[in-house]
Design a protein around this ligand. Sequence first.
Ligand code: UD1
Ligand code: CA
Length: 465
Amino acid sequence: MTTHHYSDLQVCVLAAGKGKRMRSNLPKVLHKVLGRAMIDHILHTVELLRPKGIAVVTGHASELVREHVGQPANLEWVIQDKQLGTGHAVKQCEKVIRDVRDVLIVCGDTPLLQVETLEKLVSEHRQSASDVTVLTANPANPFGYGRIVRDENGHVTSIVEEKDASDSERSITEVSSGIYCVRYEVLFALLHAIGNRNAQGEYYLPDIVPLALNAGQSVEAVMMNDADEMLGVNDRVHLAHVEDVMQKNIIQEWQRRGVTVEKPDTVRIEAGVSIGIDTVIQAGCYLIGSTTIGDGCRIGPNAVLVDAWLDDRVNVYAFSHIQGAAVGSNTQIGPYARLRPEARLDEGVHIGNFVEVKKSVVGTGSKINHLTYIGDASIGSDCNIGAGTITCNYDGANKFVTEIGDNVFVGSDTQLVAPVRVGDNATIGAGSTITRDVPTDGLTLSERSTQKHIKGWKRPQKDKR
Ligand code: UD1
Ligand code: CA
C-alpha cells in the first residue's frame, strides 16, 4: 500500500463519454464491477495517492454521476458539454488546476488499475525529468487500443488510434493505457494545439505526444507490469471480462489473508466485502455489497449474503439468504433460512430451515428451528419457538409488534396476533391463537376443537369404471 503523499500532483479523471458501445441509459462509469461503480473504483485508487486535487470530467448524464459520487472535499467537477474527444476533455480542466508539478490523467473506464502502477508512472516520469509520460502495456489482444509508435532508436514518436492506424501500425503490440503523467507547465499549451483531423473527428489526447516532440520537449513511455490492469470497459463483454479478472484478484487476496474459498470459480465476492481469518466460503456463495464476516465462520454452499454483518464462528448452511441483518457469534442459520433487513440475532441463536426473520431481535441462545415467520418482534434469551409459529404482524393496513420475554416455550403452530406480549417463562400450548397478552410462567393455550372418533368409518374407494 502507498505511503506517498503527492501534494504537488493533480489528477484528472475522464468520465464524460456516453459509452455508446454499452447501449445503456446509464452513463458508462456508473456501471458496476463487483458491486462498485467504475467511477468509484478509479476514485478509490487515485485517492490513495493523496493528490492535491481530483478533477472529474463529466458530460453525458453528469447529474447522475455527481449524485452518485457526492462531493468529496478535494474533488472538483468539470463539465464537458460536447464529447469532442479525450484531449478536449482534459482541456476543460484548465480553470481548476493551478500550482502543481504534474497532472496525472486517467480514464473512468479502467477499474482494474492499481495505485502501485500509478506510483511507478509518476516516479519514473519525475526521475527521467520527462515532460510527457504515457503508461503503456503489452496486452494479449491490442485490438481497439492506441498503438505506441517508436522510431529506430526506440523513442516514442506518436500514438495511433485503431481507427487511424495503417496495417503495419495495427501489428504493433505495445498499446497506450490512456493514462498519462504530464508536466503542468507544458500540458495546456499542448492541448490548445491539438486538432481534430482524424478518423473520428475528435481532439485526441494522444496527439500531445508529437506536439511535445515538435516543441523540443521529452516524451517517455512506462510499461505496466500487468497488462490486465489497463483493460478498458467499452461494452458489456468487456464489463464481464473485467469483472472476472477482478474477481480472481479479490478471491486470491482473501485466500492470502487466511480465508478458505472452495470452488472459487463458482463464488462471487464483491469489492466491498470483508472476511475474517479461518472462515470457509463454500461453493456457489454470493457475498454482496458491504457484507462483513467475522473469523472462523462457515458459509454455504449456495448462500447469498447481501449487506449482512456476521460475528465470529457463525455457521450459515446451504441455500440461506441473509440481507441487511446482523448475526451474533456462534449462531447457526439454515439450511434454507431467510434473514431480512433489521433482523438482529444475539449469540448462540439457532435459526432453522424455512424460517423467515424480519425487523426482529432474537436473544442469546434462542432457537427457532422450523417453518416459522418472525416479523416486528422481540424475542428474549433461551426461548424455543416451535415449528409453524407465526407472528401475525400485519392487519392489512398497519404493522404491530410482538414482544416475547426470556425462557419462553411457544408450542408448534401458534399464531401470535400482534400487538401482543408474552411474559418470561411462559409456555404456550401447541396450536394456540394468541390474541391477548400472556402472563409470566404457567401454561397458556387457546381453546382447542374437540377431538372425535367415528368408529367403522371407511375411506372412499376409487370408482372402477
Ligand atoms: C482511449 C485512447 C486510446 C487508449 C485507450 C485505453 C484516445 C483518443 N484514445 O481510447 O489511445 O488506448 O483509451 O483504454 O484518447 N472521454 C471524455 N470525453 C470525450 C471522450 C472520452 O471524457 O470527449 C472519456 C471517456 O468517458 C472514457 C475515456 O475518456 O472514460 C476514454 O474514452 P474512450 O472513448 O473509451 O476511448 P478509447 O476508444 O477507449
Ligand atoms: Ca475506453
